[in-house]
Write a protein that binds this ligand. Structure first.
Ligand code: ADP
Ligand code: MG
Length: 577
């Protein structure tokens, strides 16, 4: 159990703040996470690790010379937002580009991907390296679908050392991908982990049982078996990894025997006593093996074994010095000649300056009213949407939408007061929504609103065709990012009928308020019709059968929001009848 906390909702933020205070000589907290305290003397590639909290020392504990330049830190087991990734990258960039590196999880891929688009649009060179080491999470034929667990550490270490040695962005990425392709992990859990404030673990195992193939987010093992003696456990882990030896691999390997959070070092040493001789007997030289906690899962009890098959290029990077709060190897001062500059980064996003016409600012005021109407509707529907999501999902849809719209309306009001036009105001609302909402729907709504705003621009109030184009841009962004199609039982089932009806009817010359009402009615009935479907995307997919008979929560909230926003969006400027 996690015993030390104040408000459980503040746990991740407070843990990061305490960590940054303690290690203030090495790290500096910035919006979205933390970066190295010292600016590099020469431009160097910034290696930014990331993901949710709850995995210490991953990811903030690995910031420092020879390893990460910064960490993007999300809530417990939750992807950080695109805004967080963007702002950490802005703080860490020293002119040679940035690379985000993280385990392969849908939320992280979406958010780091979106941050990358924004950075690239500003001319910052940016790449992503995904870690896919967990052999239990997909068969070898689908290795790209595998999730990232303790192998994160080897891949980050190798990229960090390469960047420290002055490698260019493309080379750091190449080496990171090569390390990932030569890394395999298998884990085993003895007891589930418990969220701060929760009274039960995320999963339980019967006494004297273990789950083989655990994840690092409380995902239980693939199958449960009787807890064997340490010797047999070691044999099992080694055998499973060696069965996946990469083609043409050499005989020098990096090895990590990793504790998941509440497994003692002494227990790991006992296991090592089986693992190391078996690997040596298989003809391997163990290069700088690590036994300890490198990627944890809150207070989970369990272990994982990672092997990275080294070659002449990877080995010196694996053994290179590093100095971070949680990990020290060799003499890191040699890396920089001991010449770390004292000056701190002063990066980070600058305050927005808005340029907009009066027409656009007036239309922005109507858009703010539309958001306010959505805010009221979502507050009223919060528990209903939560109940719908609890049927086959995780029950957070109402809460997430309320968090998103509250942040979105607040950001919109601020932008409006600062003189933003409709485009900038909606983009700010979208960014704030995505930053605060959490969940799949939050990312999609935030990105959709930003696209809606970008399409409207800040020069004039929209004509009907331009409003239709903005609705289409909203829909395109959501389908591009989420890849859902009609019939997958997602918000897209309500969104596309809306966008199609509105575009078609306005192009036929129907007045925008009438066209909007027809489109909203189409979205509402399409949302209701999702009740008969089985979800093919999102968190509800594994429990698809349970969902039959209940409409999709995301489609329901979307139809509701578009219905109440309409009167404000079509009654101002050039779209007014
Ligand atoms: P989470 O599923 O992460 O808990 P929410 O509960 O807030 O997020 O939102 C769930 C809704 O998100 C679903 O009802 C569905 O409408 C929508 N959704 C899930 N995956 C996708 C996707 N790939 N594309 C579009 N919408 C999606
Ligand atoms: Mg949910």
């Amino acid at each position: 159990m996690t015993k030390i906390f104040n408000d459980p909702a503040d746990f991740a933020d407070e843990a990061l703040a305490g960590f940054c205070d303690l290690h203030s000589g090495l790290v500096r907290q910035v919006p979205g996470g933390a970066v190295r305290r010292h600016r590099p003397e020469q431009p160097k590639v910034a290696v930014l690790a990331g993901g949710g909290s709850g995995h210490y020392p991953a990811f903030a504990g690995l910031i420092g010379a020879g390893l990460a330049d910064g960490a993007v830190v999300g809530n417990i087991f939750t992807s950080p937002s695109a805004q967080q990734a963007y702002s950490v990258a802005k703080s860490a960039d020293s002119g040679a580009g940035v690379v985000f590196t993280y385990g392969n999880y849908a939320g992280d891929v979406l958010n780091f991907g979106m941050a990358s688009e924004r950075l690239a649009a500003e001319g910052i060179a940016v790449e992503n390296v995904l870690v896919t080491d967990d052999i239990a999470s997909a068969p070898p034929s689908e290795s790209a679908k595998r999730r990232g667990i303790a192998g994160d550490f080897t891949v980050f270490k190798i990229m960090g050392a390469a960047a420290e040695a002055g490698a260019e962005l493309a080379d750091v990425v190449r080496l990171g991908r090569k390390a990932n392709s030569l890394t395999r992990t298998i884990g085993s859990a003895f007891h589930g982990c418990t969220f701060p404030g929760a009274d039960a673990p995320l999963f339980t195992l019967k006494d004297k049982q273990m789950g083989l193939g655990l994840g690092i987010h409380g995902e239980p093992g693939l199958f449960d078996t009787e807890l064997p003696p340490a010797k047999e456990l070691g044999q099992e882990l080694v055998a499973r990894l060696l069965a996946e030896t990469p083609h043409g691999a050499g005989n020098r390997i990096a090895v990590i025997l990793n504790g998941l959070g509440s497994t003692k070092h002494e227990e790991l040493f006992v296991l090592w006593l089986t693992v190391a001789p078996l690997l040596r007997a298989a003809g391997y030289t163990l290069v700088m093996p690590e036994v300890g906690e490198l990627v944890t899962s809150l207070d989970m009890s369990g272990v994982s074994l990672t092997i990275t098959w080294l070659d002449e290029e990877l080995e010196p990077l694996w053994t290179a010095p590093a100095e971070t709060p949680a990990y020290r190897r060799g003499n890191a001062a040699l890396l920089t000649g001991g010449q770390l500059a004292e000056e701190a980064f002063d990066g980070g996003p600058v305050a927005a300056e808005f340029a907009a016409t009066l027409d656009s600012r007036n239309y922005a005021a109507s858009c703010a009213d539309a958001l306010e109407a959505a805010r009221k509707a979502l507050h009223d529907a919060e528990s209903h949407l939560g109940d719908m999501d609890a049927v086959a999902g995780d029950g957070d849809h109402g809460r997430g939408m309320v968090r998103g719209i509250d942040a979105g309306t607040a950001a919109a009001a601020k932008a409006l007061a600062d003189g933003a036009g409709a485009g900038d105001m909606l983009a700010a609302a979208g960014d704030a929504w995505a930053d605060k909402a959490g969940g799949t729907s939050g990312v999609l709504w935030g990105a959709g609103l930003r696209a809606f705003g970008e399409s409207l621009g800040n020069d004039e109030a929209p004509e009907p065709a331009e409003l239709a184009a903005a609705v289409t841009a909203f829909a395109a962004r959501i389908t591009d990012l989420g890849k859902a199609e009609i019939g997958d039982k997602t918000m897209v089932d309500a969104l596309l009928p809306f966008a199609e009806t509105f575009s078609k009817r306005t192009s036929e010359g129907v007045l925008p308020d009438v066209a909007w009402a027809e489109a909203a009615a189409a979205a509402t009935s399409a949302a209701q019709a999702t009740a008969s479907l089985r979800p093919l995307k999102g968190r509800a997919r594994p429990l698809a059968e349970k969902s039959v008979g209940t409409a999709d929560p995301g489609a329901t909230s979307l139809a509701m929001i578009f219905t109440v926003m309409g009167p404000h969006l079509v009654s101002a400027g050039k779209v007014a009848a």
